[in-house]
Ligand binder design. Structure first.
Ligand SMILES: Nc1ncnc2c1ncn2[C@@H]1O[C@H](COP(=O)(O)OP(=O)(O)OP(=O)(O)O)[C@@H](O)[C@H]1O
Ligand SMILES: [Mg+2]
Length: 364
């Protein structure tokens, strides 16, 4: 899968620009704060429907403007696609693919596949459990829209259960029937979600440990740590588990257990990566997990995703860069850098210079 052009109007610091890409390596370079990451962010928007870093769509609209318009042309083995995104300051965003309006995010995710690796991804190793859940959820959702549906349904019911638990605290009613109704619905979705997560982490672990071994010779292990610790993860076992926690949940007036507390354990050479690894080891582990995600996508979809690598070369030593260069040979990569001196350059590399929200010159 590859993208061939991106048009931006009033997006971040871009007034109006069209950028054309090589199907292989594209190095987007320029000084700090010129608009390099903004380009990756724009591409990511077409895959996920949201930015990887902005809290609201509003931030994406150029200061002083009321709307932003983006266009993307991309291609997979079967088809050519033309997509557009319109962001309106006080309105809903509008996304179209080949002129058909996309009404659900789960629909969008089935078209363009990208894997982004940015400095924030260190959170995969160092950050809070929520960051690791986001990695899992976003990767699985893109491949299995039914997973996203289950996740959304689960969280809706969880919110209802939590507000119900608050009323119980006041009444102090341990045998409440409604609580069991919510627990039953949660158990149905939790069983599905845990099954997807277990399988995803199993595959990611096998890919990532192989990649880490090749990059650095280290043993990387990624394990799923479900919050619901039962012998089996079928819905009736999970329901019983929720029911055993009733007393505690009523006392706390909120849900105390469930897939919203799941985590991943990441270890390098048998040691917990968060506590014992050096900065470089943590980065390599996060990178291995992300490349594993790309390999996983290819194994499911038969298309290698577009790789968006934000500012990663400066963080990797020469061996790690060389490995990466080898790994992405023949695939499309958009990589940002403050200079053109990245070891990835081949005769197929396109150099795209960015200055103050505009493309200055394109080579290759
Ligand atoms: N809504 C907006 N309207 C106009 N300009 C914006 C908007 N949001 C961000 N910017 C500007 O975009 C620029 C940052 O762009 P970007 O993050 O792409 O930089 P970069 O080239 O990746 O820099 P670095 O090398 O530091 O990572 C900043 O100058 C910022 O002020
Ligand atoms: Mg940047």
């Amino acid at each position: 899968m590859y993208i061939s052009s991106l048009t931006l109007q009033n997006f971040r610091n871009y007034a109006s620009e069209k950028i054309e890409f090589s199907p292989y390596t594209n190095v987007i370079y320029g000084d700090n704060a010129q608009g390099k990451t903004n380009i990756l962010e724009a591409v990511y928007l077409f895959s996920q429907g949201r930015s990887h870093r902005a809290k609201t769509d509003r931030e994406l609209i150029k200061f002083g403007k009321d709307f932003a318009k983006l266009g993307l042309e991309f291609h997979d083995a079967d088809r050519d696609y033309k997509a557009s995104v319109q962001l309106i300051k006080n309105g809903k965003k509008n996304i179209k693919i080949n002129h058909v309006q996309i009404t659900k995010l789960s629909m969008l995710m089935s078209y363009l596949n990208v894997v982004m690796f940015s400095p924030e991804d260190l959170g995969l190793v160092k950050g809070a459990p929520s960051e690791r859940r986001r990695f899992i959820d976003s990767a699985i959702s893109r491949l299995y829209p039914r997973y996203l549906t289950s996740l959304i349904d689960y969280h809706k019911v969880l919110a209802q259960k939590n507000s119900h638990l608050k009323t119980l605290k006041i009444k102090g009613e341990p045998s409440d029937v409604m609580l069991s109704v919510w627990n039953e619905q949660l158990a149905v979705e939790a069983a599905k979600i845990m099954e997807y997560r277990t399988e995803f982490v199993r595959v990611i672990d096998s890919f990532a440990s192989k990649i880490q071994k090749e990059i650095s010779g280290e043993d990387l292990k990624i394990t799923y740590v479900p919050d619901i610790k039962t012998e089996s993860a079928d819905k009736s076992t999970i329901f019983k588990y929720f029911e055993r926690n009733r007393r505690r949940e009523i006392d706390f007036a909120s849900a105390q257990t469930g897939i919203q507390r799941d985590d991943l354990r990441v270890s390098v050479n048998g040691k917990d990566a968060r506590t014992y690894c050096s900065q470089g080891q943590q980065r390599t582990a996060a990178l291995s997990a992300k490349i594993a995600e790309a390999d996983y996508m290819q194994s499911v979809k038969d298309e290698y995703p577009v790789l968006l690598l934000d500012d990663i070369m400066s963080e990797l030593d020469i061996n790690r860069r060389m490995y990466l260069a080898e790994k992405i040979r023949g695939k499309q990569v958009l990589i940002t850098s403050t200079d053109t001196d990245v070891a990835l350059s081949t005769e197929n590399t396109r150099l795209i210079k960015i200055k103050n929200g505009a493309v200055i010159k394109e080579d290759g």
